[in-house]
Design a protein around this ligand. Sequence first.
Ligand SMILES: *Cc1c(COP(=O)(O)O)cnc(C)c1O
Length: 345
Amino acid sequence: MKSLKELTRPNIWSLAPYSSARNEYNGHVAHVFLDANENPYNAPYNRYPDPLQQEVKERLAKIKGVAADNIFLGNGSDEAIDLIYRCFCEPQKDNVVAICPTYGMYEVCADINNVEYRRVMLDEQYQVTADKLLAATDDHTKAIWICSPNNPTGNNIMREEIIKVIEQYDGLVIVDEAYIDFSSEPTILRQLTQHPNLIVLHTMSKAWGSAAIRLGMAFAQKDIIDIFNKVKYPYNVNLLTQEQALKRLNDTVSVERWVNMLLQERGKLMQSFSELPICKQVYPTDANFFLAKMTNAQNIYDYLVEKGIIVRNRTRITLCQDCLRVTIGTKEENSELLGALRMFK
Ligand SMILES: *Cc1c(COP(=O)(O)O)cnc(C)c1O
């Protein structure tokens, strides 16, 4: 790996970060807080929240099996995605490489930050080789994006290839595991300590049932986390979110129950789809959604919208012609979808 200094934008490397009141005071027992110009009334929401969200991180550290020092928390994983560009990619000079098709935010954030975005097409099986990704890099490539299980295709990218990219590439490799709780493969987090260039993304938006609170996480070596913390907004995760996250994290039993129900429903729904005359192919998935190739995705999508049922039309996405992306819902929602599709003419 190149040194972190070489990978970081020079202005960020030398940045003196904003020092908030809650940053400067830390640790000592105190009971009179006259340092942050807050209103003393309306506790607890009158106070600025913990800028580094230590309590949430300590809970997450236990659940994920990593040190709290190796965790960054953001306003969704989308914040971490944007921060990676802002910290490491010099606009109009550096570039990133990503699999295609994949999650749209990697490209949107590249465009916003004026950073060249290089696509490497997946093959027919929606797989990619390490060699293909590495061949797309040059001296100005700062990061490679891999989403596994991948959105919108649903499949895991082959682990051997991911590891090979991490080991052979001298820049950062981001593995976005937003759907890892639904996957038959274990998380790549266990390998975090062996790979200084690895950044893993998780989120509370999917299996953890908390998309509304906006909490995403990045796991990486402490020196990378320190750079994120320097650049993020001082109080980027609000107190309501921190409180609700702790509540959810203390109830892992519900998450397990939800995942089990959804996996069972996923099997049934995919089987039923494969029996629909208007469905040409159901793609294998390791996520809480699947991709289905239909006879005419646009017409079927419009028909479902008429009925008040919304799936994701992916027909205009590369390699996804005539595909709908279907999220697994409750038993009742899934059977309503199927009932409607069986009536489609
Ligand atoms: C849904 C999703 C996310 C989650 O983003 P949040 O900002 O945490 O809600 C991240 N990556 C992928 C691939 C996703 O599909």
